[in-house]
Design a protein around this ligand. Structure first.
Ligand code: ADP
Ligand code: MG
Length: 362
């Protein structure tokens, strides 16, 4: 469906894309991962001609889109893009944001465009926000409107450039769910993302980009579990998370602490951060202690290079209780320590689980 050959892009003397050759087939979901500044956004922007490639060729269904005679608006419609920053028209309602392209570019009647737009807003769960302006929506809702607007142009492939990076952590999952749904429906997509769990389970192919090249590509399993090349391994190691499963109050605290130490060492975290992580985990487990007879607790510690932070997530089954609720904590001191160590704490109830997400700055 899309064939890219020897694509390169320079900005003045700066070589951003060096020699990219890849084919994307219909129905594929491709995740593009890699360090910041390696040309991931530029690659997507070259695909839909927001940036003009310096050399190489791009074919869609056999048609050379770099031919000066190519119909650029048509190319952008076929390869429509969703941006990190939503890019909605602020003076238009959600519905109008969707209809405008259909009437102006696709030549649809107002009535048909409105009907189709309502269907798409329903698809992304926002039919009741049809008449709201972007300012009246949360970040997650804005991004879902942006996805619906993209779909309104009947694209053959959607290019997502870090669709959840500008969102509060609480809103990431609603946007990822919509993208998952599109994947299930067979939409062809290329997604630049830092959400590795998501990349792993939504995509059938992962491209690891580094220094303007597709440095390694493979199935999610190959890239995440068994990368072959040095820089991919280093990158994957850095973002890999530590998972720990606690199913009784008699868990092995020493073994857990040792794993945390090894994890911190692998991530090359400063000594003070290690100390703080250990302390935070210990205080949190104290608080979970009364629950451990009757619930299963999952703990995940992940390093996020992009956000320069550590994320510590606790998930437990059982009734809806926020373990850090001030009202139920006799031990004020533990809570105070936790509040001091964590920059943000978010409680969520989802799928019959209580989830606490604590973020720590490095
Ligand atoms: P990524 O998305 O992987 O973080 P980008 O594609 O945004 O990387 O950027 C790759 C490199 O190209 C960076 O060094 C960036 O500064 C540079 N760059 C991107 N866009 C432009 C531009 N319009 N003009 C000059 N340099 C740019
Ligand atoms: Mg980028």
């Amino acid at each position: 469906m899309i064939k890219v050959e020897h694509l390169s892009k320079k900005f003045g003397d700066l070589v951003v894309l060096r020699d990219i050759t890849i084919e994307i087939r219909k129905g594929e979901v491709i995740s593009i991962i890699g360090p910041s500044g390696t040309g991931k956004s530029t690659f997507l922007r070259c695909l839909n001609l927001l940036d003009r490639p310096s050399s190489g060729s791009i074919y869609i269904d056999g048609i050379d889109i770099l031919d000066p005679k190519a119909d650029v608006p048509k190319v952008r419609q076929k390869m429509n893009m969703v941006f990190q920053s939503f890019n909605l028209f602020s003076h238009l309602t959600s519905l109008e944001n969707l209809t405008i392209g259909q009437t102006k570019l696709l030549g649809m009647s107002k009535k048909d465009a409105k009907h189709k737009s309502m269907e798409l807003l329903k698809l992304v769960g926002l039919a009741e926000k049809a008449d709201s302006f972007p300012d009246e929506l949360s970040g997650g809702q804005k991004q879902r409107v942006a996805i619906a607007r993209c779909l309104a142009m009947d694209p053959e492939i959607i290019l997502f450039d870090e669709p959840t990076s500008a969102l509060d952590p609480t809103m990431v999952s609603e946007v990822l769910s919509v993208i998952r749904r599109l994947a299930k429906d067979g939409m062809t997509m290329a997604i630049v993302t830092h959400e590795m769990d998501f990349a792993r389970d939504v995509s059938n192919r992962v491209l690891y980009m580094d220094e303007g090249l597709i440095y390694e590509e493979g199935t999610p399993q190959q890239i995440f579990e068994n990368p072959q090349k040095e820089r991919t391994m280093a990158f994957i190691n850095r973002i890999r998370s530590l998972n720990y499963h606690i199913s009784s109050p008699d868990y092995d605290l020493y073994a857990l602490n040792a794993e945390i130490e090894i994890f911190c060492e692998k991530q090359i975290l400063p000594r003070k951060t290690r100390h703080n992580v250990l302390l935070l985990v210990e205080e949190m487990l104290q608080i979970y202690n009364p629950f451990l007879h009757s619930t299963i607790l999952d703990m995940k510690l992940a390093y996020s290079e992009k956000k320069e932070s550590l994320e510590l997530v606790f998930e437990n089954t059982g009734e809806a209780i926020n373990p850090l609720d001030k009202k139920r904590l006799p031990d004020e001191l533990g809570l105070r320590i936790i509040n001091n160590l964590a920059e943000s704490i978010i409680y969520q109830r989802e799928d019959n689980k209580n989830r606490l997400t604590l973020m720590m700055r490095l």
